[in-house]
Design a protein around this ligand. Structure first.
Ligand SMILES: Nc1ncnc2c1ncn2[C@@H]1O[C@H](COP(=O)(O)OP(=O)(O)OP(=O)(O)O)[C@@H](O)[C@H]1O
Ligand SMILES: [Mg+2]
Length: 225
């Protein structure tokens, strides 16, 4: 699979002034790649990731997954597409507070018609084990540490075995041992032909990836391929 972003722009109107948050962004990702996007705070990383994961609109540009023109999909089709093929790890985790860690990770499976009810528990338990959270499965988010919440958010993004993972600072809150574990998990996934797109400040994550883009004030350029 190949994902292409072409001439993507995002302008917003703030206090009667136009601000260009993303300026002609061009990128491409291939199956099996871990791609990182690095850049200073406020450079537009989360905005870009939110547009690619169809949670925000852009002003103009093209977005293709193979031959599929994603921006031309209807709203309902976009939601279905997102639920089926993409996993998103949010910068602020966005876990549901009144659900346990286990229940949070299970949520995407309710939207997946290919997984039987009887299979859900085993899938969630395996997922929790792979992010080292089996012992915290019955905890609610507020009784998890920041790093544990982050790992729960990663488990939730991966539980449906998506083709593409968009992760916003997925190791921003964990120690170096857990960072390594998360990266190894992402590598296993990319080795199975998936695409992992990571926004990060971490040099370790950057060093681990196959392709690096740097974004600065909404302008993106390829750093290494
Ligand atoms: N709705 C909005 N109204 C006004 N400004 C916005 C809006 N959305 C984003 N911005 C601005 O766009 C810029 C990019 O924001 P974004 O969240 O994408 O940055 P980021 O690179 O993810 O930063 P960080 O590393 O701190 O998470 C920021 O300067 C932000 O203030
Ligand atoms: Mg951000």
């Amino acid at each position: 699979m190949r994902i292409e972003v072409k001439e993507l722009k995002k302008d917003i109107c703030f206090q009667n002034q136009k601000i260009s948050i993303l300026k002609d962004v061009n990128m491409s990702f291939e199956s099996g790649q871990i791609v990182t996007i690095v850049g200073e705070s406020g450079s537009g990383k989360s905005t870009l990731l939110n547009i690619m994961s169809l949670l925000d609109d852009c002003t103009s540009g093209e977005y293709r997954w193979d031959d599929k023109d994603i921006f031309s999909l209807k709203k309902s089709e976009k939601q279905e597409f997102l639920a089926k093929y993409a996993g998103v790890v949010f910068q602020q985790y966005n876990l549901i507070n009144n659900m346990t860690c286990y229940e949070n990770v299970k949520v995407p499976l309710y939207l997946n018609r290919n997984v039987k009810c009887s299979e859900r528990q085993g899938i969630v338990e395996n997922m929790l084990e792979s992010v080292g959270l089996s012992h915290r499965k019955d905890h609610f988010p507020k009784t998890l540490s920041g790093g544990e919440q982050q790992r729960a958010a990663i488990a939730r993004a991966l539980v449906n075995d998506p083709k593409v993972i968009f992760a916003d600072e997925p190791t921003g809150n964990v120690d170096s041992e857990n960072e390594k574990q998360i990266l190894n998990l992402f590598r296993k996934i990319s080795d199975r032909g998936k695409i992992v797109v990571i926004v990060t400040h971490s040099e370790v994550v950057k060093g681990f990836s196959d392709k690096v883009y740097r974004i600065s004030d909404g302008v993106i350029r390829m750093e290494t391929a």
